[in-house]
Design a protein around this ligand. Sequence first.
Ligand code: DX5
Ligand code: ZN
Length: 221
Amino acid sequence: MTKVAPSLLSADFSKLGSEVERIERAGADWAHLDVMDGMFVPNITIGPSVIGSIRNVTKMPFDVHLMIEDPSRYVDAFAKAGADMLTIHTEASGDTGAALMKIRDLGLKAGITLNPPAPATDLDGYLDMVDLVLIMTVQAGFGGQSFQESGLKKIAYVREYAEAHNPKLEISVDGGINRETGKRCVDAGATVLAAGSSLFRLGDMASEIALWKSFGPDAGV
Ligand code: DX5
Ligand code: ZN
């Protein structure tokens, strides 16, 4: 079964707590939380204090996507805030391997991600240090962009590694995911679909999430 991780970037921030409850009721597996620092990406979003305050309203795993420079500076703070998974970019400054080790040392799941222009081989050397690979199918920084096809080959590259070395590796995809692109990503080997705008604009998020969860090697659609 495919996991679905709605991105709260598309939520109504004036009522973030009830938006978290809404995705949980709709059957979300994880909450995808996008942290942007205005340096690694032009946008600024939320930090540890907001994540800490919504931690009280749900037991859903928090899948925190760090779009920040030198992420190891903030690993402790996000761990204390209640993150379950911390995903960092290969393109961010600082020692990526050391940051991944720090995440795992604190008992969190570690994730690695890369933007569309970066080749899949940029993941080599990190794949045995992570629990999650996040394939970006838009340039990190904003919601509501169109899906970039180049991600499909990267998913297949990571899937091949996972089958040979780490069958438990989660392969997530983020950016422009809807029922059509999401299905293609699952067919290519993704196990998690992160999506903001296509889910939050729906009145009935639950039936859409149920459909996405049914995607798998044998699913029709
Ligand atoms: C973009 C973020 C995404 C974003 C996706 O930088 O990492 O998680 O919320 O939004 P959609 O699903 O609208 O492309
Ligand atoms: Zn994201």
